[in-house]
Design a protein around this ligand. Sequence first.
Ligand code: NAD
Length: 346
Amino acid sequence: MHRVALIPGDGIGPEVVEAARTVVDATGVAVDWFSCEAGAAAAGKDGDPLPEVVLDAIRSADAALKGPIGTPIGKGFTSVNVRLRRALDLYAALRPVRSLPGVASRYRNVDLVVVRENTEGLYSGIENMVVPGVVEGLKVFTERACLRIAEFAFDYAHAAGRRKVTAAHKATVMALTDGLFLNCAQQVARRFPQIDYEEMIIDNLCMEVVLDPSRFDVILLENLYGDIVSDLTAGLVGGLGVVPGANIGAELAVYEAVHGSAPDLAGKGVANPTAVILSAALMLERLGEAGAAHRIRSAIETVLGAGKVRTRDLGGSASTLEYVDALVGAIPAPLFGGAPSRPTGA
Ligand code: NAD
C-alpha cells in the first residue's frame, strides 16, 4: 500500500486530480490517498495557502500528486508553487515532452525532456524598490544548486538511455550567473563522456527547438528559462493538457502537470486530465509500479489514437469524465514483466 498525499489545488485542479486518482485506482495498484488542502481553499480557512500541515503531510507520504495552484498577478504574493518547491527542496523539475498518437500537432515524433532548476534564479523572490520608478530583482545562483541540477540531468540521461544534454544559457549577457550555471554543467558533463553535451544560447534554443525538436534530447535549464521552455515545448505536442511533470528532491517528490489552474475552464468539466494522469504515471514508476504506469500510458495512447474520445483542447467534444471513463475501459490487464524497458521518471 503506497501512501500518497493528494493536493487538489485551484481552478481545474480538483477535476483533473480526481481523474488521475480514478485512473490509478483502476490499475489495481493499492494506494492510500489522503487529501491536503493548499491554495485558495486553505487560504480561506487558515489565511495561509500553504499551511505547514500540508508540507508535513508530503514529508510523511511516499509521494504526492498535486493540482495547480493559482497566484495573483503582480500582487507581490509569493507563489505557493515556488514556496512548496523551495520548502521541500524539490530542486529538479522533470518534464518529459512526447508526441501522443491522435493528437494533432506540428510534429509527430517529439521525444525530449526538460530539466528545470526549481529553487533559484529570478524565482528567489528578492525584489525591491530602489526609489519610486526604479525596481530591481535579484537573480541568485549558487554553485551547489547549479551542480546538483546538472548532476540530476546527467544522471537522468544516463538512467533513461538518453544520448545528449543541451544546457541553455545567456552567459553572453549574464556572465556571472549564467556563467556559473554553464561552468557547473561543464564540470558534470566531463564525468559522463558517454553522453553528448552541448550549450546553446537560450533565444537560439527556442528557435531551434521550434524548427526541429528532434535534435534535442535532455534540455538543462535554470528556473525561468525552464518555465518558459516547458510551455514552449508543450506547444509542440498538442498543448499544456498533455505534458506531465515531477518536482524531485533528494528524498521527496511531488508530481504535477506543467499547466496552471486554467481559470477559464474551472468547474466546467472539460479540462484535459491527461497531463496529471501522466504525472501520476511518473509517480507510479517512482513507487516501483512501472507496470501500472505502462498500462496507463497504453490506455491513453489507445484512446487518443482511436480519435473518438478527446477533450476540447485536442479538438474533441468529450468531457473530462467521459474521457476518464474511456481510459478506465482501455487499461490493459496486468502482464508479468510488463514494465517499460526505459524509465521516464526518476
Ligand atoms: P494555465 O496553464 O492555467 O492556462 C494556459 C492555457 O492553457 C489556458 O488557455 C488554459 O485553458 C489551457 N489549459 C491549461 N491546462 C489545461 C488542461 N488541463 N486542459 C485544457 N486546457 C488547459 O496558465 P495561466 O493561465 O498562465 O495561469 C493560470 C494560473 O495558474 C495562474 O494563477 C498561475 O500562477 C497558475 N499556475 C500554476 C502552476 C502550478 O500550480 N504548478 C503552473 C502554472 C501556472
